[in-house]
Design a protein around this ligand. Structure first.
Ligand code: GTP
Ligand code: MG
Length: 203
């Protein structure tokens, strides 16, 4: 396959996932470095200055709330994002199943709908024709609640969806792997490990 070299000067991260998995808590935990007992439905969009991010790139983090926002808004946000974190709760199998039954197909369909218009460079325009995919990070939150791992299920999903760049289990409550999660999301945009588009004749 072919690789695209990213020269982005900013990174926009969108968090999606079923209600109650902890999207808002993850964002507020990262920002305040402590677990918020009470959270609003949706966190305000925040931009972390370049000098405090691991990759030295200003990074915007965007929450999604199905209560406060429509699916149309979600489509627009998916297209504006450079990487989408699909959050599930490790103690909730339904939220894990919904990654493949709902979220990944939804993100693919929203991207395909606007492929041509969104391309910024010639390489991206060309990639669009070949089926450009939005890089994805799978985030298993609430790891404080269980004493096993969901990684086996997640690795199986990754085999079927090459746009998934990485996966991480974390906890907004104990702050375990919180900064790592956002670092993986940055890295998925700036240093993708797999081609972001699939060549038809790829072996
Ligand atoms: P919606 O806005 O409804 O889509 O939900 P959300 O994904 O933003 O989840 P939210 O952050 O509101 O958290 C839902 C519930 O899970 C809250 O009661 C949180 O306190 C709790 N929660 C969030 N993260 C964790 C975690 O890491 N561990 C535990 N034990 N509970 C958590
Ligand atoms: Mg929320």
């Amino acid at each position: 396959g072919q690789y695209t070299v990213s020269t982005r000067k900013n990174v926009r991260i969108l968090l999606v996932g079923d209600a109650g998995v902890g999207k808002t808590s993850l964002i507020l935990s990262l920002v305040s470095e402590e677990y918020p007992e009470e959270v609003p439905p949706r966190a305000e969009e925040i931009t972390i200055p370049a000098n405090v991010t691991p990759e030295q790139v200003p990074t915007s983090i965007v929450d999604f709330s199905s209560v406060e926002q429509t699916e149309e808004t979600l489509g627009l946000e998916i297209n504006k994002a450079h990487v989408v974190c699909i959050v599930y709760s490790v103690d909730d199998d339904d939220s894990l199943d919904r990654i493949t039954s709902h979220w990944l197909p939804l993100i693919r369909s929203k991207c395909n709908a606007t492929l041509e218009g969104d391309a910024e460079t010639e390489a991206e325009t060309e990639a669009a024709g070949e089926g450009l995919r939005k890089p994805i990070v799978l985030v298993g939150n609430k790891i404080d609640l269980i004493d096993y791992s969901t990684m086996d299920s997640v690795l199986a999903i990754m085999e079927d969806f090459p746009e998934i760049e990485s996966c991480v289990e974390c906890s907004a409550k104990t702050l375990h792997n919180i900064s790592e999660m956002f670092y993986y999301a940055q890295k998925a945009v700036l240093h993708p490990t797999s081609p972001l588009y699939i060549m038809e004749d790829q072996e």
